[in-house]
Design a protein. Structure first.
Length: 767
């Protein structure tokens, strides 16, 4: 690190901070989001009003204030004090309290005198802790009280005090409300004494924010509290990448590098977390030692316990009907497996007839008089399942019935789903937390059929549930039935999309259809990002709709490996919105002077987080039906239902003309365009390209650099996930004492945060 004296050599030393005490004459400007404020102060010894600028909670005219900062010269507004801290004086006399109260809306001199006469020097404490007691004062009614409390909360209340502390630490003031909601009157104490607890307890505050608080308060880099919190944060980041655990040596190395401390300090902190049970060390299937968070151990154990119990539970064999002659051997095996077993995994690539098998299984179940439940992890996948089976299907969330007020599931341990056959399609998308919640709602009276393509991308959330269950079902004699469909039926019908999907799986380059006709699979070479952008937009808006008669908004989907860059989702969405929304009514949502969202009527949009109140979920896609710009309101049609979004609720929506390949899982589109460039190298893997291609129903077009396509085909599953479910399930299946279900930790599966992997806003860069 450079010597700080060298960094300032040849420059004037920074000006020393100066403190001014004065009275607020006028609040020129105050931004509610950032708390940036411009004040005009009357300061003793200054002939004219002093301009002071900085961040502070609400300050009212007449307040006595001390600001500390440095002077600078604004090119337009002249000399002003840029303050880093602002302290509003607390009145120390009855007269001072009366004068403060008279600055509140609805309080005149007589009322202020009555309040102080009633509560004396305890008046401000009453306002903080027992504000409803103001109704004891004649002349204060319900509406006046509401105005007083709102003003007090934003200027002098405990949340305002927290905001002031956060501002001094150069942190977002909006976090104060969440902190106070969690800790109440203990908030300031937690902020100063246990800042790293905030990262664990308060949504929106991650390790980086907590670390900034702690460092601002002078906590040492190698303090045990900091290093323990840093280790847990590294594990949380790994969970965001899909891992349930991290190899112990990798964890130590990453934490040491990220925290800037000695390795020995990290190992000591890790041992402490192991001794308290927050971390658990286990040997993985490959022999490497893995470190798991305790909550992840509980989730994997729950899933393994329930699956083993289902697989080993005694049950009557169903009568297998006479099967159609067109079914292949693998398809017949799948039907018979469901008739015999409690847990069946049905896997296969596109065109292998999974939907045909599910149809026959449903008919067999109905013939037995068994109720059937169909579910999928996302709304679009559930809709596809409905279309292929002509039977009602739902998302896993809707099946388990989310309580809008709490985000908890109605069905779970102690309140199971009705007995019957549960079919889960697109089960490669199940992460460990969602699988945990779903399985805890089952009993030995259920049969479970997991249907999915194990060669697709794994779930966005942590875990690799489908592959782990398949690995545990591989050994001969396993009570879990595993059926792989390998014969391709749609290929015989001439589907070049299906043929190329299987070529990609085999590590071979895809082959384009001959030019000139309305084929199904094409590759367009374009090596420059700007050229790729131009080609994709023209194809999406002109060529494909003209040649194939498809709707350019509803039927054509751009799928990108990444969000940034000219060949990323953000740039495509901006360009396609400008094209499709030209001349249509527009809604622009702003906060703090910034444009945050812009939607036009007819825009294709995606919900980005679960909203149980509205009944919409992460990944749901809809169309902006109408807007009310004056009220910041948009009505969005999602699966035929109009959902109202108002104000900051609009932040849950994003344009969806182009989406990431990860976000497209479980969906199918008439036409898909996939841009691929070397700049996408960190994402270019075989299962990513395979997943993108198999989203196309009638037309798939790759646009990009042949080198990028080749890299994607060659790169096999570069991001292997560290999990423990396969080994845990194998042990549970071998255990002669295994039974259903003495599961100790149902609460771990029942909260909203577990199902929104895109919601994190705090990251510590480790590499």
């Amino acid at each position: 690190m450079l010597d700080p004296r060298m960094a300032t050599a040849g420059r004037d030393p920074p000006a020393a901070p100066e403190s001014l005490q004065g009275t607020v004459e006028r609040v020129v400007y105050h931004d509610e989001r950032t708390r940036y404020t411009v004040l005009r102060l009357r300061v003793p010894g200054h002939d004219t009003l002093v301009t002071a600028v900085g961040r502070t909670p609400g300050v009212e005219p007449g307040a006595e204030i001390t600001v500390t900062g440095t002077w600078d010269e604004h090119p337009t507004h002249g000399r002003q004090l840029s303050f880093a801290s602002a302290q509003v004086a607390v009145p120390t006399s009855r007269g001072g309290i009366e004068r403060r109260l008279m600055r509140y809306p609805g309080i005149k001199e007589v009322i202020a005198q009555r309040i102080v006469a009633r509560f004396g020097m305890d008046t401000l404490e009453v306002l903080d802790k027992q504000p409803n007691r103001l109704k004891e004062v004649p002349g204060i009614g319900k509406k006046t009280l509401e105005r007083i409390l709102e003003h007090h909360a934003t200027t002098h209340g405990p949340v305002a005090q927290l905001e002031a502390q956060l501002i001094e630490l150069e942190l977002p003031p909006h976090l104060a409300e969440s902190v106070y909601e969690r800790y109440g009157e203990e908030s300031l104490g937690m902020l100063h004494k246990q800042p790293y607890r905030l990262a664990r307890d308060v949504k929106g505050i991650g390790f980086v924010t907590a670390d900034r608080i702690a460092r601002g308060l002078g906590l040492a880099l190698d303090s045990a509290e900091r290093v323990e919190a840093g280790l847990l944060h590294v594990l949380e980041q790994a969970e965001g990448d899909g891992h349930c655990a991290v190899p112990i040596e990798g964890l130590v190395a990453r934490a040491t590098r990220a925290l800037g401390v000695d390795e020995a300090v990290v190992r000591t902190a890790g041992q402490q977390l192991v001794s308290t049970g927050e971390l658990v060390l286990e040997e993985g299937r490959g022999g490497e030692e893995l470190c798991f968070p305790a909550s992840m151990i509980a989730a994997e154990r729950d899933v393994a316990t329930v699956l083993a119990g289902l697989a080993r539970a005694p049950r009557e064999r169903w009568t297998v009907p006479t099967l159609p002659e067109h079914l292949g051997p693998g398809q017949r095996d799948a039907v018979r497996a469901v008739a015999d077993a409690g847990v069946v995994v049905l896997t296969g690539g596109p065109g292998t007839g999974k939907s045909t098998v599910v149809h026959e299984i449903l008919q067999m179940a109905r013939a037995q008089g068994v109720d059937v439940m169909l579910a999928a992890p996302t709304g679009r996948a559930a809709k596809r399942l409905e279309q292929t089976t002509t039977q009602s299907a739902s998302t896993v969330h809707r099946l388990l019935e989310v309580q809008p007020e709490t985000g908890r599931f109605v069905h779970g341990l102690g309140n199971p789903l009705p007995p019957g056959l549960l079919v889960v399609d697109e089960s490669s998308m199940l992460d460990i937390h969602l699988a945990q919640s779903l399985l805890l709602a089952l009993t030995p009276a259920h049969r479970l059929l997991l249907v999915g393509d194990a060669d697709q991308l794994p779930s966005v959330g942590p875990g690799n549930v489908l592959r782990d269950v398949m690995a545990a079902a591989e050994p001969p004699g396993s009570p879990i039935a595993l059926v792989r469909l390998t014969e391709v039926y749609r290929q015989e019908e001439g589907s070049s999309i299906v043929r190329n999907a299987h070529r990609i799986l085999a590590g071979e380059l895809p082959r384009a259809d001959p030019p000139g006709g309305a084929g199904q699979f094409y590759v367009v070479t374009a090596r420059d990002p700007e050229r790729v952008h131009e080609v994709v937009v023209r194809m999406a808006t002109e060529r494909i709709p003209e040649v194939y008669g498809l709707d350019s908004v509803d039927d054509v989907q751009v799928l990108c490996p990444m969000h940034k860059g000219r060949a990323g989702t953000e740039a495509f969405n901006e360009t396609l919105q400008a094209h499709h929304g030209a001349g249509r009514p527009v809604l622009e949502y702003r906060a703090g002077g910034r444009l945050l969202r812009r939607f036009a009527v007819g825009d294709r949009v995606m919900q980005t987080r679960n909203d149980y109140q509205k009944g919409v979920y992460n990944g749901d896609v809809g169309t902006v039906a109408t807007i009310e710009p004056e009220d910041d309101v948009a009505l969005v049609s999602i699966d035929g239902v109009r959902v109202r979004y108002e104000g900051k609720e609009l932040m849950a929506l994003k344009l969806a003309y182009a989406v990431s390949i990860h976000k497209s899982q479980g969906s199918e589109f008439p036409a898909v365009i996939i841009p691929l460039l070397p700049e996408h190298h960190v994402m270019l893997r075989r299962n990513l390209l395979y997943t993108a291609v198999t989203r196309a129903r009638s037309l798939c077009v790759l646009v990009g650099d042949p080198r990028a396509i080749g890299r994607a085909v060659r790169q096999v599953d570069a991001a292997r996930r560290h999990t423990g479910l396969a080994g845990r399930l194998e042990r549970a299946l071998r255990d002669p004492e295994a039974r259903a279900w003495s599961v100790p930790s149902p609460e771990d599966a029942l909260t909203d945060e577990d199902f929104d992997p895109f919601d994190g806003e705090d990251e510590l860069v480790l590499d």
